[in-house]
Ligand binder design. Structure first.
Ligand SMILES: *Cc1c(COP(=O)(O)O)cnc(C)c1O
Length: 402
């Protein structure tokens, strides 16, 4: 049998170093637990960046995928297939929107929202050709395409990938005033993460999303909520915007929509917005394929029960209560909602990477971000007992490093 260290050595030698993985080689996983090639078990506290909200190998999702694999996997959108109607109607009902445009990865769905809102700007709002602008936030994360990284403020994501796509205005996250000042007659959309995940699970001030909604409505600007990471149960609601009772014009969904099985993304909007796209103007060979739709249909059914949203709320309260106890004891701040937290480690105690490594040795897989922050987002199927034991490990790791 090939050992972890041999597999890591080959992986590092033969792949681009665009990631810096923790030194663990996973072989299989069920629920919240993963097992490496040597048979050591770990609790997954990353969940594929919230793609695995419903757990590894969720039986309902795997069953739907297996059945679909036997029947039909790809038609392209040149033809209809029998999973598509349920997918669009189901996701439309879940979001409360008329129409769906399916893609595969999150970045593709973000690109779709950008293209749709520009088209809407020219056709419906009456913006002069080539003049549309979209307001985006500092420290955003919306994906890795050349257009999307054009408006990233993270030097790693942005620098030396130009020339950049114009048409974006970057403002401070959490400040409605900054949006008010940036909006002009050519603004077609405001693109916002209801909670900034990659930035370190940053929750905006109370009332912010409501104010963004009001500003967009007043100025005939589309509000686009990138719920790729914050949506689909993670925060205790189906969508994080619900915490403020806000309804965006466009939802962007991905990650958990594919149940941790296949990449599935989509945007959801009403006909007055999505109706601007006509045949031939946008598409994707694999977007909305039968396997993707069958998996997403299982995910939508799970979300319709509300069971995972309730569980994320309940477990989230337990997790945040525990984490708050660590503030002042090697932890500077804790943020988040539902079963999702960003934990800022006191930089004088350890880096996020060091804490992640020690946690790994103790059987908990969590990932650092931006130096001193650890993010915690276990699959929502995790048992209360496993959640508490992992949080004890975190407390012990931090105590041991002080
Ligand atoms: C992950 C993520 C994306 C990009 O999704 P990919 O599937 O990696 O392209 C976009 N927006 C947010 C908020 C994300 O978390």
């Amino acid at each position: 049998m090939t050992t972890s260290s041999e597999l890591i050595e080959i992986s590092e030698r033969r792949s681009a170093h665009n990631y810096h993985p923790l030194p663990v080689v996973i072989h299989e996983a069920h629920g919240a637990w993963v097992t490496d090639v040597e048979g050591k078990r770990y609790l997954d506290f990353l969940s594929g960046y919230s793609s695995l909200n419903f757990g590894h190998g969720n039986p309902k999702i795997i069953e739907a995928a297996q059945e679909q694999l036997r029947n039909l996997t790809l038609t392209s959108r040149a033809f209809y297939h029998d999973q598509f109607a349920q997918f669009c109607a189901g996701l439309g009902d879940l979001t409360g929107k008329d129409m769906i445009l399916p893609m595969n990865t999150g970045a593709e769905a973000v690109e779709t929202a950008i293209k749709v809102s520009r088209k809407w700007g020219y056709q419906v709002k009456g913006v002069a050709p080539e003049q549309a602008n979209i307001i985006v936030m500092e420290d955003n994360f919306h994906g890795r395409t050349t257009t999307i990284i054009s408006f990233s403020t993270d030097p790693d994501a942005h620098d030396e990938f130009g020339p950049y796509t114009p048409g974006f205005k970057i403002v401070k996250y959490g400040s409605a005033e900054a949006i008010r000042e940036a909006i002009d007659a050519n603004t077609v959309a405001v693109l916002v993460e209801p909670i900034q995940g990659e930035a370190g699970v940053l929750v905006p001030p109370d009332g912010y999303l409501t104010q963004v909604r009001e500003l967009c409505t007043e100025n005939n600007v589309l509000m686009i909520a990138d719920e790729i990471q914050s949506g689909l149960g993670r925060t205790g609601k189906t969508f994080a915007v619900e915490h403020e009772g806000v309804v965006p014009d466009i939802y962007i969904l991905g990650k958990a929509l594919g149940g941790g099985v296949v990449p599935v993304s989509a945007i959801a909007a009403n006909e007055d917005v999505l109706g601007v796209i006509k045949p031939g103007q946008h598409g994707s060979t694999f977007g909305g394929n039968p396997l993707a739709c069958a998996v997403a249909n299982a995910v939508i059914e799970i979300l319709n029960t509300g069971e995972f949203q309730a569980r994320a709320t309940h477990l989230g309260e337990i997790m945040h209560a525990k984490l708050r106890e660590l503030i002042g004891h090697g932890v500077v701040a804790v943020r988040g909602r539902g079963l999702w937290a960003g934990v800022d480690i006191d930089p004088s105690v350890a880096t996020g990477r060091e804490v992640s490594k020690r946690l790994m040795e103790r059987g908990v897989l969590a990932k650092d971000t931006h130096g001193s922050t650890i993010r915690l987002a276990p699959p929502i199927v995790i048992s209360e007992e496993d959640l508490l034991s992992a949080l004890d490990q975190l407390a012990e790791v931090i105590a041991s490093m002080r």
